[in-house]
Design a protein around this ligand. Structure first.
Ligand SMILES: NC(=O)c1ccc[n+]([C@@H]2O[C@H](COP(=O)([O-])OP(=O)(O)OC[C@H]3O[C@@H](n4cnc5c(N)ncnc54)[C@H](O)[C@@H]3O)[C@@H](O)[C@H]2O)c1
Ligand SMILES: [Zn+2]
Length: 377
C-alpha cells in the first residue's frame, strides 16, 4: 500500500502529457496548501473560484482562506448544485464572471466542486480569452478519482449529455480527502463504483484489496487516500497513453454502455445516480462476459457480491420505480454507441482486472441477455 511518508505528506501522482503534464496532490488537509501551490505555479497570480451553492456552504470559506494566506487575491462565482448547471445559461454566467473579475491568461480558475463544477468551470476556462489555465479542487469521490483528471470538460445539450465540450487539461489537481467528510453517504457510495471500476478493468490485486478494505475507504484515513491514489494513477496512465480516446481510454467506459442506458431511462435523476448506474452496468458487463464464456461465472458473482456489499445496486429490479423496458434500453444503447451493421462496441472482461474493448457484440445477443437479466429479482 502507498502509505504517505508521514502523516500530512500528500501522495503525488503525475499525469504525463509532455508540456501539458500536471500533478495530482492527494491527502487529508491538502486544501490548506492550495494558495502556496498556486503561488509556486504562478507568482503574482489572481484566482477565480467556481463552485456550487452546496459546496460553497461547506468549503468556500476554507478555500478563500487558503488563497488569502498565500496573498492570492480571489473572487468567486456560484451556481446552483446539480447536473442542470451544466447548461448554456450557467456557462454564460461563469464566463461573464471570469471576464468581469479580469481573469487573464496569467491567472487561474479554480474549480471547487464535484464533476458538474469541474466540467463547467473547465469548459469556461477553455473558452474565455481562448483558454485560461485552471486548477481542479474536486470535492466528491467521483471527481477525485475520475472527472478532475484527464481534461474532458463539457456542458449538456438539449439533445444529450456532454455534447458541448472541449479537451482542456488542468494545470494542477488538489484532492483533499477530508472534503469528502461532508459528502452525503449516497454520493460517496456512487463514487465508489468508479473506484471499483479501476480494479475491475485493470488491477485484480487492487480489487482484492478493496474487497478487504472498502469499509476503511468509506471511513476515511489512509485507506481512502490509497484507494484514490491507485485510481488516479491508473487513470493518469491511461490518459497519458491515449489523451483523446482513440483506443485504450475507452476502457474507462467499463459498465458505462449498460449504465448510461439505465441512467438515461431514469432521466438522469436522483432515482439512479451515475455511479449507481455504473455499478449495475459493471455487474451486467461481467455477467455478459461470463455468458460468452470469457470468464468463470464465479468471477461475475464475485463482482456482484462486492458491489452489493458496498451497498450499490447490481440488479435492474432494484431501481426505484422499476426497470425500463428492454426496447427502451436497446434504443438508448443504440443512440449511445451507434450500432454498426447490428454490432455494438462493448467493454467486456476475460477476468477481474482484465477488461478489453470489443466492437463485435451482436445487438440481438444483448437484447436476449437483457430480457433474461430484467426478469431476475
Ligand atoms: N470530465 C470527466 O471526465 C467526467 C467523468 C465522469 C463524470 N463526469 C461528470 O461529472 C458529473 C457528476 O459529478 P458528481 O457525481 O461529482 O456530481 P456533482 O458535482 O453534482 O456533485 C454531487 C452533489 O454533491 C454535492 N457536493 C459536492 N461536493 C460536496 C461535499 N464535499 N460535501 C457536500 N456536498 C457536496 C454537490 O453540490 C451535488 O449536489 C456528471 O455531470 C458527469 O457527466 C465527468
Ligand atoms: Zn462514470
Amino acid at each position: 500500500m502507498t502509505a504517505p511518508l508521514r502523516a500530512g505528506d500528500p501522495i503525488l501522482v503525475n499525469v504525463a502529457l509532455a508540456e501539458r503534464s500536471y500533478k495530482i496532490v492527494i491527502g487529508r488537509g491538502q486544501l490548506t496548501s492550495l494558495g502556496r501551490r498556486l503561488g509556486v505555479l504562478r507568482p503574482g497570480v489572481k484566482a477565480a473560484i467556481v463552485t456550487d451553492e452546496t459546496v460553497a456552504r461547506h468549503h468556500l470559506p476554507a478555500t478563500e482562506a487558503a488563497l488569502a494566506a498565500a496573498g492570492i487575491e480571489a473572487t468567486s462565482v456560484t451556481v446552483p448544485p446539480g447536473e442542470s448547471s451544466k447548461s448554456f445559461p450557467m456557462l454564460e454566467r461563469v464566463c461573464e464572471a471570469l471576464i468581469s473579475a479580469r481573469i487573464e491568461r496569467a491567472d487561474l480558475v479554480v474549480a471547487l466542486g464535484g464533476g458538474v463544477i469541474g466540467d463547467l468551470a473547465g469548459l469556461a476556462a477553455a473558452v474565455v480569452r481562448r483558454g485560461l489555465d485552471y486548477v481542479q479542487v474536486p470535492t466528491t469521490l467521483l471527481a477525485q478519482v475520475d472527472s478532475s483528471v484527464g481534461g474532458k470538460t463539457a456542458i449538456d445539450s438539449r439533445q444529450g449529455k456532454n455534447l458541448v465540450g472541449a479537451f482542456h487539461q488542468p494545470v494542477l489537481v488538489v484532492a483533499d480527502t477530508a472534503l469528502l467528510d461532508t459528502l452525503p453517504e449516497r454520493q460517496f457510495r456512487a463514487g465508489y463504483a468508479e473506484v471499483a471500476k479501476y480494479g475491475l478493468l485493470g488491477d485484480a490485486a487492487f480489487f482484492a484489496w478493496l474487497e478487504a478494505n472498502w469499509r476503511e475507504v468509506f471511513a476515511g484515513g489512509p485507506a481512502r487516500e490509497h484507494a484514490i491514489a491507485v485510481s488516479c494513477r491508473m487513470k493518469a496512465g491511461i490518459v497519458g497513453r491515449d489523451e483523446r480516446e482513440t483506443g485504450e481510454r475507452a476502457l474507462l467506459n467499463l459498465g458505462h454502455t449498460f449504465g448510461h442506458a439505465f441512467e438515461a431511462a431514469a432521466g438522469f435523476s436522483d432515482r439512479l445516480l451515475h455511479g449507481e448506474a455504473i455499478s449495475l452496468g459493471m455487474a451486467l458487463a461481467f455477467a455478459l462476459s461470463a455468458q460468452r464464456g470469457l470468464l468463470p461465472a464465479a468471477d461475475a458473482e464475485r463482482v456482484e457480491r462486492h458491489l452489493a456489499a458496498a451497498g450499490l445496486p447490481v440488479r435492474a429490479a432494484a431501481i426505484p420505480g422499476g426497470p425500463p423496458s428492454v426496447d427502451r434500453l436497446m434504443d438508448l444503447i443504440a443512440q449511445d454507441k451507434k450500432v454498426k451493421r447490428g454490432k455494438l462496441t462493448f467493454i467486456l472482461a476475460r477476468g477481474i482486472g482484465a477488461s478489453f474493448i470489443t466492437p463485435d457484440v451482436d445487438a440481438a445477443e444483448v437484447r436476449a441477455f437483457l430480457v433474461q437479466k430484467l426478469a431476475e429479482r
